[in-house]
Structure formats: C-alpha cells, structure tokens
Ligand binder design. Structure first.
Ligand SMILES: NC(=O)c1ccc[n+]([C@@H]2O[C@H](COP(=O)([O-])OP(=O)(O)OC[C@H]3O[C@@H](n4cnc5c(N)ncnc54)[C@H](OP(=O)(O)O)[C@@H]3O)[C@@H](O)[C@H]2O)c1
Length: 290
C-alpha cells in the first residue's frame, strides 16, 4: 500500500515532490488518472490506496480565467479539497493542501505572515482560501501551505510554462519584454518548496505555513534578474499593472514570510536570487514542450 499519494503529479510542484518520495511507497496521480472533482472516484481511489499522506498539488491556477470559469475554479480549489479532507480524515491520513499569496489584498505593504488576515481580491484567491478552510475544518491532520511565484523545471502546464520559461523564451525570440513593476512577490523555486514540504510532513506539526524563497521583488526585477543570470542582453521595460488590464485583480504586494516554520524545526528557504541562479544554471527551458 502506498504511504504517499500525490495529486496533480504532472504539475510543476507535484513533479518535484514525486522526485523526492520513494517510488515504491508513492501513488502519483495526474488529472488523466484522477480528476479530483470526480468525488466518487476520489473516494474509491483513496479508500483503496489507504495512504498516510495526501499531497494536493492540484489547482485551477489560471487566475484570470477563474473570473469567468468560476464554477470550475470553485470545484477544483475548494469543493474538491472538502472531499479530500473528509476522506483523508476517515483514513486518519494527513492532507497537505497548497495555497497562495493571492489570499491577501496586498495593502499591508510588507511581507505577510501566517498571522495576517486574508482578504482575497479575486475568484482564484477566494476559492483557494475556501479550500484552506475546508482542509482545516474537515481534516485534523492538515498542513495548509501558502506559497508564491512558483517556477520549476516542469513549468506550469496550465499557464504554458513558468514565468521564467516565458521570459527566457520571449527574450530569445526577440519579442519586446514589458513586465509590471508595481506588483511584488516572493519568487519560489518549486524544488525548494517540495523539499521543505516533505520535511514538514514528517514533523506532524500540523497547521498553516508560509513557504517561499526568502526576500521579495517586483515581477520586473524578477524578469531583469532572469535575463542577467542567463547572460541575455535584452531590455525589460517596466510597466504599471493598469497598462495591461487583466480580468482578475492582483495584490500589489504579496510577499510571504513565515513566523511558524522555525517552531516546526525548519529554517527559512534560501534567498530567491540564489535559488533562481541554481535553477537557471541547471535548466534547459524544454518545459514549454510538455
Ligand atoms: N504557480 C504559482 O505561481 C503558484 C503560486 C502560489 C500557489 N500556487 C499553488 O500551488 C499549487 C501547484 O501549482 P503549480 O504551479 O504546480 O501548477 P500546475 O503546474 O499548473 O499544476 C497544477 C496541477 O493540477 C492539475 N489539475 C488541475 N485540475 C485538476 C483536476 N480537476 N483534477 C486533477 N488534477 C487537476 C493539473 O493537471 P493538468 O495539467 O493535466 O491540467 C496540474 O498537474 C496549486 O495549488 C496552486 O494554486 C501556485
């Protein structure tokens, strides 16, 4: 019987978690194998597998599409978590549910800790916050982990690669680069997050955590740093978010910091600049082909 189940196994975070878990003890499920909104099948699969830990790395992650495809976003980000939490609790298993910096409105103007009160601005943020509540209310053994600005080897399938992939691809194809400078995030390497998640689960110190690479920057600074590290001599024009009207509102400052990780015996993740440097050194942006 598998000890771990990883849902969303083909995603950029799910695939990194899979790399860290013992193959013989892990059941990896992609959306094709298990649609988490098919509640009857979810229940049947989990009850047969009887895992001890369920990593939920799924998500309706297209923030702008969520404004119109509200029902789908609600089903994946919230309702499915309710059912996962209920079944996990019945099995006495731990649920690890991944959430987002977009549960905040950005008005604090400083990094958000686990003690700050969420106030999402978008359907995506509201549905992810509802998912948090469901995980907490229905599964005593829960980890709710908020992260931000994720990138990784695999890239987000739903978003057509990670931000890093898209910047590199545009720079190499000679497309002009315009990136918002009035939204601040904590860019986070999916591999670093995955490694902390696997350690955090072992602690059994359940609850809410913020896990992101240390520090923060605007998306414009993130893009210029990618270009510099990749030795590409391409200008990146800073723009304001109101110059590219998008369907969903985004927080202007949603960097994350943790006041709880240390009490679980885990250090903060390394600085985002160091993580990005290592990622770019080892990364061939082939993920756009998946
Ligand atoms: N990306 C970010 O910047 C970011 C920031 C903060 C938090 N997060 C959260 O981090 C988690 C992981 O995101 P990610 O960046 O790894 O995204 P991702 O690469 O797009 O992975 C999401 C995964 O969810 C799967 N999925 C979507 N709907 C599903 C369904 N109905 N049933 C089963 N699987 C389904 C997708 O499968 P398909 O590809 O086959 O559709 C994909 O494998 C999500 O919960 C997201 O909300 C992400």
């Amino acid at each position: 019987m598998p000890y771990f189940v990883v849902l969303g196994a083909s995603g950029q975070l799910g695939s990194e978690i899979l790399n860290l878990l013992p193959k013989e003890e892990t059941l990896a499920l992609t959306r094709e194998q298990l649609d988490i909104t098919d509640f009857i099948k979810v229940q049947a699969v989990l009850k047969e597998a009887r895992p001890k830990v369920v990593f939920n790395c799924t998500g309706f992650v297209r923030v702008d599409d969520a404004e119109e495809r509200t029902k789908e976003a609600w089903e994946v980000n919230a309702l499915a978590v309710l059912f996962l939490a209920k079944v996990s609790a019945e099995l006495n298993a731990t649920i690890v549910n991944i959430s987002t910096d977009y549960v905040f409105d950005g008005r604090k103007g400083a990094p958000y800790t686990e003690l700050d009160v969420p106030n999402p601005l978008s359907v995506y943020g509201v549905t992810k916050l509802a998912g948090e509540f469901f995980a907490k209310a229905y599964c005593p053994k829960h980890f709710i982990v908020r992260t931000a600005g994720l990138y990784g080897k695999r890239g987000s399938r739903a978003k057509g690669g990670s931000f890093v992939d898209r910047i590199l691809q545009k720079a190499k194809s000679g497309e002009p680069l315009k990136v918002v400078s009035d939204q601040v995030t904590s860019p986070t390497y999916a591999r670093d997050l995955a490694s902390h998640l696997v350690k955090l689960v072992e602690t059994e110190k359940f609850g809410l955590y913020h896990i992101a690479n240390r520090g923060y920057c605007s998306w414009h600074e993130f893009a210029t740093t990618i270009i510099q590290i990749a030795n590409l001599n391409v200008p990146v024009e800073p723009i304001r978010s109101d110059q590219i009207p998008l369907k969903a509102k985004r927080p202007s400052f949603s960097a994350l910091v943790s006041v709880r990780l240390l009490s679980a015996g885990l250090p903060p993740l390394r600085h985002w600049h160091d993580a990005l440097t290592e990622f770019l050194k080892s990364h061939e942006p082939d993920s756009l082909a998946i």
